[in-house]
Design a protein around this ligand. Structure first.
Ligand code: PEP
Length: 245
């Protein structure tokens, strides 16, 4: 299976010119490697133009999607809309949405089902807080999130790789304090056994310096990259290294 490298740009950059520069660099790096699937997830406002321009070289994804297909839901974007503008993946349940927007496991569960139903592949984010980590509750938290987030999600979708799970310890996101490859691998293995997912990736302060360590673990199939995806050179390096691990 190809390694999966996902760029989550979050609420960046501020202009289309800059988003275009980052997407061009990522798609050019993606075109040079055969065994890495590169998914670029910019803010919604840039997604359609970038997917039209670079969609043959890289794959595009949304950073979220609502659970309904259409209707009176001001500000929301439906999975069908994402699919119609060329997205193939969508990130669901990112910890920043759980924390800042109050997304619950029940909402995430509805979003996953709607996105899969629309034919998108889902990257579900799960992970523990620092307090939970220090209390040794990581496995308990992951098992609870997976049980609720994947409630009555078709097993077929899970087994046939339509669902990717990103293990993202919250304390490692944007802090520069990445989990160790060994512990991340151990949790990725746990996630795979609990959920049945075939593809489990790691996210949390991934950089060109540490990517090799994560991808060298047989349990880890790729990475979800936040901050480092905003540096065109760094992200291209990550893709290049992923191709040789
Ligand atoms: C993320 O946005 O999911 C993430 C892992 O961010 P960062 O790489 O900046 O820690």
């Amino acid at each position: 299976m190809k390694k999966l490298i996902v760029a989550n740009l979050k609420m960046n950059p501020q202009t289309f010119t800059e988003a275009d520069r980052l997407a061009r660099a990522a798609s050019s790096a993606a075109r040079k490697v055969k065994n890495v699937e590169v998914v670029f997830c910019p803010p919604f406002v840039w997604l359609e133009c970038l997917a039209a321009e670079y969609g043959k070289k890289a794959i595009f994804g949304g950073q979220d999607a609502f659970w309904e297909e259409r209707g009176a839901y001001t500000g929301e974007i439906s999975p069908v809309m994402l699919k119609n503008i060329g997205a193939r993946y969508v990130i669901i349940g990112h910890s920043e949405r759980r924390i800042h927007l109050g997304e619950t496991d029940e909402m995430i569960n509805k979003k996953i089902k709607a996105a899969l139903g629309a034919g998108l592949k889902v990257i579900l984010c799960v992970g523990e807080t620092l307090k939970e980590h220090r209390a040794g509750r990581t496995k308990f938290v992951l098992a609870r999130q997976l049980r609720k987030d994947l409630k009555s999600v078709s097993k077929l979708n899970i087994y046939n790789s339509k669902l990717v799970i990103a293990y993202e310890p919250i304390w490692a996101i944007g802090t520069g304090l990445a989990e160790t490859p060994m512990s991340a691998g151990y949790m990725a293995d746990f996630i795979r056994r609990v959920s049945g997912a075939r593809r489990v990736i790691y996210g949390g302060s991934v950089s060109a310096k540490n990517i090799k360590g994560f991808l060298s673990r047989r349990e880890i199939d790729g990475a979800l990259v936040g901050g480092a995806s905003l540096d065109a050179g760094e992200f291209s390096k990550i893709i290049k290294i992923a191709a040789y691990v």
